[in-house]
Design a protein around this ligand. Structure first.
Ligand code: 3HC
Length: 311
């Protein structure tokens, strides 16, 4: 049965069709999807912290309302992605335990601090912009539940990116202090946003297999390049500069050249030595513990309803 199953799996992948939860799939296909989708979900949940930090200090009711909507969206994306991971036979309780024990990752980008209000705009423009560049191809991922979750998430991400760009646009045309604040935030978020796309292709252990299984549709470096090509002209439109002296349009390549990335910084952040790694995990564990009563109440309620249904 497994040979026939494997042949069917290979045929579906070759035909660019979707693998669904009940289809036969190689253990490693399932494992790498659980790894990636869990980390994606963890990123959304941890990602609420940096900008959530500014909800009580937003400069206007409008900015506060927009920020609350965005942070709430990230929570929803996380729950959506945990559901996609659960379609592969794992339980979100276990995935969260792995996150809390530091045995499952979340995106490096969320280990940086949000020092001023302008960081909220820089995150929307750069971090959500990078997330869109990475997530649009994932809408064509070979695993059905993940690809469908991405379609919904990408729609909301485009709102996240636009509100960030608009906020920076206003700051860049405000007082000198506001403009300097916007430029400072862009200076701090540019390089970490390039690292979101993962290590260089030559140092990416998962890429070859993920591309063969049509989970990853473009390589890390291809998406990083696509992102730089998008934000370079956008920075001009903002009237802000990107902190990269090597950034320039290369007519031969038809792309922007950009400077060398500090992969040692990336490695340190992944090892847990980034600026905010410890705070982010401590905050997450505390939130999980203080939410235990909600989970117990939900379980008790579900048990009562199940018992009533039996009568
Ligand atoms: N942060 C943390 N870990 C990273 C990373 C990053 N930016 N980039 C790569 N890694 C890790 C990988 O997880 C892998 O480690 P592992 O084996 O322990 O999982 C290792 O570095 C090698 O990297 P590879 O390129 O070989 O790994 P992948 O093929 O998984 O590619 C990826 C990495 C491009 C991030 C891919 O996993 C992916 O596309 N994930 C889904 C997208 C995602 O997670 N996005 C989070 C962005 S933030 C977000 O979505 C919230 C938004 O709303 C703001």
């Amino acid at each position: 049965a497994s040979d026939a199953g494997r042949e069917r799996f290979d045929a579906i992948i070759a035909a660019d069709e979707r693998i669904e939860p009940r289809d036969h799939m190689p253990d490693d296909y399932r494992k790498t999807l659980v790894r990636q989708i869990a980390q994606h979900a963890h990123s959304e949940i941890i990602g609420m912290q940096p900008e959530g930090n500014w909800i009580t200090r937003a400069p206007s009711l409008k900015r506060k309302a927009v920020l609350i909507a965005k942070v709430q969206d990230e929570a929803g994306h996380g729950l959506y992605l945990y559901s996609a991971a659960e379609s592969l036979g794992v339980d979100r309780t276990d995935l969260l335990d792995l996150l809390h024990q530091g045995r499952q990752r979340y995106s490096s980008i969320f280990n940086y601090p949000t020092l001023t209000w302008a960081d909220v705009g820089a995150i929307g423009w750069l971090v959500d912009g990078a997330a869109i560049t990475n997530q649009v191809p994932l809408c064509r991922c070979s695993y059905g539940p993940y690809a469908r979750a991405m379609v919904r998430i990408c729609k909301e991400e485009s709102f996240h990116q636009r509100q960030g760009f608009e906020s920076l646009y206003v700051l860049a045309r405000g007082t000198d202090a506001q403009r300097a604040m916007a430029q400072d935030a862009v200076n701090r978020w540019y390089w970490p946003s390039l690292m979101m796309f993962g290590p260089p292709d030559a140092e990416s252990p998962h890429s070859a297999q993920s591309m063969a299984w049509k989970i990853k549709r473009f390589s890390n470096d291809e998406l990083r390049q696509k992102f730089v090509d998008i934000i370079a002209p956008q920075a001009d439109a903002l009237g802000l500069t990107l902190p990269d002296p090597d950034l320039r349009w290369n007519p031969e390549r038809g792309h922007y050249d950009y400077g060398p990335i500090d992969w040692e910084e990336f490695t340190q952040v992944l090892k847990g030595n980034g600026p905010c790694n410890r705070q982010r995990l401590a905050h997450r564990r505390a939130a999980h513990d203080s939410g235990a009563w909600v989970r117990e109440a939900a379980r008790a309620h579900a048990a009562k309803r199940a018992a009533r249904a039996q009568r």
